[in-house]
Design a binder for this molecule. Sequence first.
Ligand code: DP6
Length: 359
Amino acid sequence: MIVEDFIPKSSSKSIEKGSFTWSSPSNIALVKYWGKKAHQIPENPSISFTLNNCKTTTTLSFSKKETNNSFSFEVYLDDEKKDDFKPKIETFFKRVEVYLPFLKDYHFKIETSNTFPHSSGIASSASGMSALALCLMSIEKTLSPSISEESFTKKASFLARLGSGSACRSLEGNLVVWGKHIEIDGSSDLFGVKYPYQVHQNFKNYQDTILLVDKGEKQVSSTLGHNLMHDHPFAQERFKQANKNLSDIISILKTGDLDKFIALVESEALTLHAMMMTSMPYFILMKPNTLEILNKIWAYRNTSGSKVCFTLDAGANVHVLYPENEAAQVLEFIQNELVAYCQNGQYICDVIGLGANKM
Ligand code: DP6
């Protein structure tokens, strides 16, 4: 598909007002997206587990307005007006206007809430932007009812990407690939696709316990972070490595080889942070407690033979990943040895999930 395919022909129906609600989860990348070209095109393909419990629920109410020369919207988080969210949404609207020609015809009220604490350091952009994109697609479907379910999801992912790249991986479960990769049929730079190949039972209900090490505002916004990959001395090697890791993960997912899975996933996490440490300007996004946790996980793995591992986002929090059959032991280990390193002892238990839902 090409970008032009997402520009609607003409709509057959009209609607004065209404409202739609979608709930959409966050996701955690195994092979990371870090670095992008113009128009939110990723420098390398990525793959993520869709989460189940960390979600954003968004209600989009809309009513026709008199004039259609500008965007008109208001945003609420947990019933509180959030004008500081507006610039990001305005940018999103500008990027998607050509694909949703009705955007300036309506006034929108966007009401959103997260299941995870705001400012927990958990990015709400993936869940938030995917939920908003789905609500907008529900309007498009009302105007053009013939759109198929498949095209609906594909375009919603395409739009979500223009809000936040990783958001395009949040619509479906439980493994999603975004970015063209020669070995993955149907993969595209324009939208996320469900991972199309065999996945071993070992990964069924895979657990993700998110340790909230630092709940502060992100030190480096993702936009700034991605930009650091321009002119980065190791960028091209990194993009090559991500492509290779995506090739390698295909057989890992098929055979259920957890040792290889651990090595690949932890290496990806540390490489992401290494890229930030070796850019100009440079950043260390881990905190001392992040390192304490990684060392504890390695020590526990050595002594117990557990298949627990970690991954990281562009921040200090740690995602602890482990198979379902180890859930009880690993949770005990987390409570006994890791929670002490979390801010206010906070952590969130999640598991891989199936994607977004219309409410
Ligand atoms: C480290 O999707 O937040 O989480 O496209 O600028 O909104 P923008 O970036 P964003 O970047 C996420 C980066 C990451 C890795 C990943 O999720 O693949």
